[in-house]
Design a protein around this ligand. Structure first.
Ligand code: ACO
Length: 338
């Protein structure tokens, strides 16, 4: 059983940003040999957002972060740390968090990126939780942001139909002993993080690093774009998302049925449905936006979370179970009482 009196961190505010440009499955039908029926049936995706030329990853992160700061009722100058989960940063070096710090006008607090692909936000949330509980840091900005449209091969139908651009953010701070209406503590109740590097080559951008430095030839071979063996990922996704979710709930001394909302990474509606089925949770509790935004990798969970906080669906005191799996493969879960 968890120690109810233990110091806790809490999500103080959330925000998100989605670019205005919508690319539908019908638009993709004109670009590659695919169909709206195939994409909808196999993935649940109907459309995704595409960032306009000139917009950077840190621009999108900044829009989402400003909303989260407003919702938390703090200023950029109050930030003690900035963590950005992304695999599509402004540039390989320095970190996107560095540019975000500058754009927000935040102080000289530590600012760094996490490369955990779709699990990036969960990894960031867990790190922020450790810092708030274990040190004097008060306000940590955690962002999940991806500009995947710039690293896709728009001639490869097996990947280009899946992904979209967007950003989500949360401010994590001390809970201050806040209790929900039922007298239970609000805050991050448990997190679980995992990586299995044996599947590293199932989902990757193979070029541009020390293994295959970028050359004209490699660019022509599209080594600078996403390569995926989708079925490798699909097979482990259901099993790992289920076990990480179950473990997070067990750690908090709860059962999956007691959780108010499931906020899963939006990679494929079939993965979500199968994982939720194993958890024996009502489908009504499952938050979904994959039809409108596609797979936005690390931005997926914080976008979905913020949309449902802003719509009033997720209320203070509600428990939210988040779970994500992506390249690495890395996966994780977090159980939070809002
Ligand atoms: N349109 C039409 N046909 C297509 C398309 C498309 N867009 N893409 C593939 N096909 C074809 C294939 O070529 C294949 O044809 P064939 O039978 O003639 O060879 C057929 O459809 C079936 O292909 P599969 O790959 O077996 O299709 P599957 O049902 O596995 O769906 C998918 C593919 C959607 C990618 C699925 O495997 C999946 O969702 N995998 C997990 C993805 C994931 O979660 N990634 C991790 C997160 S992303 C991150 O970390 C950044």
């Amino acid at each position: 059983m968890p120690d109810l009196a233990a110091p806790r961190s809490r999500i103080l505010g959330t925000g998100h940003y989605l670019p205005d440009v919508v690319r539908t499955n019908f638009d993709l039908e004109k670009m590659v040999e695919t169909s709206d029926a195939w994409i909808t049936e196999r993935t649940g995706i109907r459309e995704r957002r595409i960032a306009p030329d000139g917009m950077t990853t840190s621009d999108m992160a900044c829009f989402a972060a400003k909303q989260a700061l407003d919702a938390a009722g703090i200023l950029a100058e109050d930030l003690d740390m900035i963590i950005v989960g992304t695999v599509t940063g402004d540039m390989p070096m320095p970190a996107t968090a560095v540019y975000l710090q500058q754009k927000l006008g935040a102080p000289h607090c530590p600012a760094f990126d996490i490369s955990a692909a779709c699990a990036g936000f969960i990894f960031g949330l867990s790190i922020a939780d450790q810092f708030v509980r274990g040190s004097a840091l008060r306000n940590i900005l955690v962002v999940g942001v991806e500009l995947l449209s710039r690293v896709l091969n728009w001639k490869d139908r097996t990947t280009c139909v899946l992904f979209g651009d967007g950003a989500g953010a949360a401010v994590v701070g001390a809970s201050g002993g806040l209790l929900a209406g039922d007298g239970k503590p609000r805050g991050i109740l448990s997190t679980r993080l995992h990586t299995d590097g044996s599947l590293a080559r199932s989902l990757m951008i193979p070029g541009g690093g020390s293994e295959s430095p970028m050359t004209h030839e490699r660019v022509e071979q599209k080594k600078n774009t996403v390569h995926m063996r989708g079925q490798d990922i699909f097979k482990v996704a259901v099993k790992n998302l289920y076990s990480a979710s179950k473990n997070a709930v067990d750690m908090a001394g709860m059962t999956p049925e007691e959780v108010d909302w499931i906020c899963p990474h939006q990679a494929n509606i079939r993965i979500i449905d199968q994982a939720v089925h194993r958890l024996h949770v009502s489908r009504d509790k499952v938050l979904v936006n994959i039809d409108r935004v596609g797979n936005t990798s690390s931005a997926s969970i914080p976008i979905l979370l913020d949309e449902n906080v802003r719509s009033g669906k997720i209320k203070p005191g509600h428990t939210v179970l988040m779970c994500a799996l992506g390249a690495g493969i890395s996966w994780g879960s977090a159980l939070v009482r809002m």
